[in-house]
Design a protein around this ligand. Structure first.
Ligand code: SF4
Ligand code: SF4
Length: 430
């Protein structure tokens, strides 16, 4: 089906009732109908019917959509807003290709994520060099970053410190009695910016008795390309991942970031219609939370309060926000609370945090205020994009609250509990 027909067919399901408006974060900020789901759907209809020019205000309002899909969840008519906005952006790309103002940063990000693990390793090394060589300090001190706002924003999002992404093995055997085989989807951002999430997942899965396959041919999930209108590239990435994972004899394909998970799960419904995974696609937090926990592993107590952030796609597409609470309940003395305002997007939304800094920061400010109000010393997020965006905001505000993935927190406590009984089962599993 061509893009115009696809857009018209889906948009025509909208009866313009407006029930989605109170759920929309951008509408809440501007109270502009063009920034609401209903307004955007009307603009998409006008785009498909060629009643309005593709550039100008139309593109402006569609670009300001976070694709958080809170509207989709609220819609009584069942409008599939996510695929609709992706198709509309693809049509915009066809009609006016250079419309992103030649954003070299965005283009570079898309080119990099389209590559394989080799390209990620090179990026990881460059990033380490940027930090360790003093170039980062020099750039910040020189005032040059102030004249290059996009680069300054990217620099602000990069973690202050990150371990080097290593060359991963393709298979990690289970520790102790084998219970099954799984595969791990590494994700491009996680591997580059917080490989600890992958290392912690590998350790816990192995300790729980699972052999873990990490197919080297896997690539980015394609979310960034899909949301930027790059349907062909997204489709190619989907095919690459399906062929890398479907050849493996595994019980599940596990992901660590809900943004990737939503995209992987929706491969069959994607505009390119690439196909489906043969094994269930499951959040690693969910998988670990549902496991019968090995008695030999006792996480050390952690007498702290952790606020849990619900990433949008976890809430609105995957529709299960319970796994982090259930997994972290294994840590004695840890108190978990839901971050107030969890139904609203934090403003990260993939490349949105780079492309739409004002709206992105305004939404993040609400989260940081909610966090201050709940008195937590830890902020738990199971989506890498949200985590780096929120952590950057906390650094800017001088806060010492740590942003951490639930699996990393559990792994840390399991290792801390090693001396108290986990013993040799934990040490040396890397
Ligand atoms: S709730 Fe659904 S039908 Fe109503 S305006 Fe929003 S998208 Fe349209
Ligand atoms: S996806 Fe999110 S930002 Fe976009 S229209 Fe829907 S609720 Fe608003």
């Amino acid at each position: 089906m061509d893009l115009r027909t696809r857009i018209k067919r889906e948009a025509d399901q909208c009866v313009k009732c407006g029930l989605c408006l109170p759920q929309c974060p951008t509408y809440a900020k501007t109270l502009d109908e063009g920034d609401s789901p209903r307004g955007r759907i009307a603009l998409m209809q006008a785009l498909a019917e060629e009643r309005l020019p593709a550039a100008g205000r139309l593109a402006y309002h569609l670009d300001r959509c976070l694709a958080c899909r809170a509207c989709e969840r609220a819609c009584p008519s069942g409008v599939s807003y996510g695929p609709l906005i992706d198709s509309a952006r693809a049509l915009l790309e066809q009609r006016s290709p250079p419309r992103r103002g030649g954003s070299w940063l965005h283009a570079g990000l898309l080119a990099w994520t389209a590559g394989g693990p080799g390209r990620r390793r090179i990026a990881g090394r460059l990033l380490r060099l940027y930090r360790a060589s003093g170039l980062r300090r020099m750039l910040r001190a020189s005032g040059l970053l102030a004249r290059l706002p996009r680069l300054a924003r990217l620099d602000g999002l990069l973690p202050e410190r990150a371990p080097a992404p290593g060359r991963r093995r393709t298979y990690y055997p289970p520790v102790g009695t084998a219970r099954g085989q799984v595969a791990l989807f590494t994700g491009c951002m996680t591997d580059l910016l917080d490989p600890d999430i992958l290392n912690a997942s590998l350790r816990l899965l192995r300790l729980a008795g699972y052999g873990v396959h990490v197919p080297p041919a896997q690539g980015c999930c394609g979310a960034l390309h899909l949301h930027a209108g790059g349907l062909d590239r997204a489709d190619a990435l989907a095919r690459r991942n399906l062929s890398a994972f479907n050849a493996l004899p595994v019980d599940a394909v596990l992901y660590t970031a809900s943004g990737c998970g939503a995209t992987l799960r929706e491969y069959p419904a994607a505009p390119g219609g690439g196909g489906a995974f043969t094994a269930p696609v499951v959040d690693v937090t969910h998988f670990l939370a549902d496991l019968e926990w090995p008695a030999r592993l006792s996480p050390a107590p952690l007498p702290r309060r952790a606020a849990i952030q619900d990433p949008c796609l976890q809430r609105n597409v995957l529709r299960d926000t319970t796994p982090p609470y259930r997994l972290l309940a294994r840590i004695p003395a840890l108190e978990t609370v839901a971050l107030p305002g969890n139904e609203r997007c934090c403003g990260a939304a993939g490349a949105y945090m780079l492309e739409q800094p004002e709206m992105s920061d305004a939404l993040r400010a609400d989260k940081l205020e909610a966090l201050r109000g709940c008195g937590a010393g830890l902020l738990v997020s199971s989506n890498i994009g949200c985590a780096i965006h929120l952590a950057a905001g906390l650094r800017l505000s001088g806060s010492d609250v740590e942003v951490v993935h639930p699996v990393v927190l559990l792994d840390r406590q399991v290792r801390a509990g090693a001396g108290a009984g986990n013993g040799r089962a934990v040490s040396g599993v890397d």
